[in-house]
Design a protein around this ligand. Structure first.
Ligand code: PLP
Length: 406
């Protein structure tokens, strides 16, 4: 459905770069290093709204480079909810939630999220990145120990660094290694285990039952990040904790409103007492302006749509399973992908960039993922599937990948 607010303004052309002042001249050398390693990144400009296809840098491509898993990011129903709230409550939040930025729209969103997740309370942050860094740094300090999966998202890694806790990184999904780390960390004041539930680069799923058992055995806190699973997994669409029936063993759940929910912001979910305490300890919540009320209203609308349109997540996951199977069948290395994120492993950054360019020539945007998003030697192209893609789109992409990925 077209949106009357759409503007057809062409993207601005970037001004030529000025020479760096002496004090910043070292940056040129750093950029040269990135170029030499094949790690320089373009600043792409998108025109128009998110959809199954996207117009990027003047080319229209099938969009496999977005986290818009359910097709809500460009949905006019969210735009309308946002405009209505912006008209009622103004555009900017004006202050941190702690002061006067917490609007009726934010309060409604926190209630809707608590209903979706089946928890007592939730706390909304301006981003998922802020939710992770603030919560980890609130839960653990220098006297504590954090065990973190080696493939956790950067926002988890940065939260661990911010906490100044002792850190143990365990091999991806390796419960035996985690068991040993936690046993050795018994003298720490507190132990925290933190993991993505659906890993953002590999499309792999954390062993939640085993993690709950280990957290219980070692009296550790268990925090999970459902960023890519929210809206996609579970009977109600709340994520993998719901899907696996592990809510009782998971102490803290993080999620984002920015991916399947098509809006922006992050959230933390748990008991009312935990959330009340977090309001006094989560610095990114206390010292950052709340995101705009219109954004909160759009996210609330998306939560209602997730409930009303369950077929979107079921169809997406069924197509994703078929797509990964067809790539495996064609001899491509998709690792242990088992969800709507499907990587094709290639190894070197330059190979990933070249493959992504070949796919763009064929009409597909499938981004190259390189260090620091993945470890050195593990570059890949990542296809993020959306409900907006049909079987035909996926079949054509599978053929293009099979042709160019060898
Ligand atoms: C696993 C994970 N957690 C958190 C985030 C951050 O979420 P946001 O984009 O809302 O800041 C991301 C974003 O890519 C993510 O992949």
């Amino acid at each position: 459905m077209p949106c009357r607010l759409d503007s057809a303004a062409p993207p601005a052309t970037a001004a030529p770069a000025a020479a760096l002042p002496e004090a910043l001249a070292w940056i040129e050398a750093d950029l040269d290093g990135l170029r030499a390693e094949g790690l320089e990144r373009p600043a792409r400009v998108r025109e128009g709204r998110q959809a199954g296809a996207v117009r990027l840098d003047g080319r229209t491509l099938q969009n496999f480079g977005s986290n818009d898993y359910l097709g809500y990011a460009g949905d006019v129903r969210l735009t309308k909810a946002a405009s209505k709230a912006a008209c009622a409550e103004g555009f900017g939040a004006g202050a941190s939630p702690l002061v006067s930025g917490h609007s009726l729209a934010h309060a409604a969103l926190e209630r809707a999220l608590a209903g979706l997740l089946g928890v007592e309370a939730t706390l909304v942050f301006p981003s998922g990145y802020a939710a992770n860094t603030a919560t980890i740094a609130a839960l653990a300090g220098p006297e504590d120990f954090i065990a973190s999966d080696e493939r956790n998202h950067a926002s988890i890694i940065d939260g661990c660094r911010l906490s100044r806790a002792r850190l143990g990184v365990y091999p991806h999904r390796d419960l035996a290694a985690l068991d040993a780390l936690l046993a050795a960390a018994r003298p720490a004041r507190r132990r925290l285990v933190v993991t993505d539930t659906l890993f953002s680069m590999d499309g792999t799923i954390a062993p939640l039952e085993g993690l709950c058992e280990l957290a219980h055995k070692h009296a550790a806190m268990l925090m999970v990040d459902e960023a890519h699973a929210t809206g996609v997994f579970g009977g109600r669409g709340s994520g993998l904790v719901e899907e696996t029936g592990t809510a009782a063993g998971v102490h803290v759940r993080i999620g984002t409103l920015s991916k399947a929910l098509g809006a922006a912001g992050g959230f933390v979910a748990g008991t009312a007492t935990f959330i009340h305490w977090l309001r006094h300890r989560a610095r990114a919540w206390m010292f950052s302006t709340a995101h705009p009320p219109g954004v909160a209203a759009a996210a609330t609308r998306a939560i209602a749509l997730v409930a009303a349109e369950p077929e979107r997540r079921f169809e997406l996951l069924a197509r994703a399973v078929d797509f990964a199977a067809s790539l495996r069948h064609r001899g491509l290395d998709v690792g242990d992908a088992e969800a709507q994120i499907v990587p094709v492993m290639v190894g070197a950054p330059a190979t990933a960039v070249a493959l992504s360019e070949r796919l763009a020539d064929e009409g597909f945007f499938v981004p190259a993922i390189r260090p620091p998003s993945v470890p050195h030697g593990r570059s890949l192209v990542r296809a993020s599937l959306s409900w907006l893609h049909d079987q035909r789109d996926l079949g054509r992409l599978a053929t293009a990948l099979a042709t160019h990925a060898r």
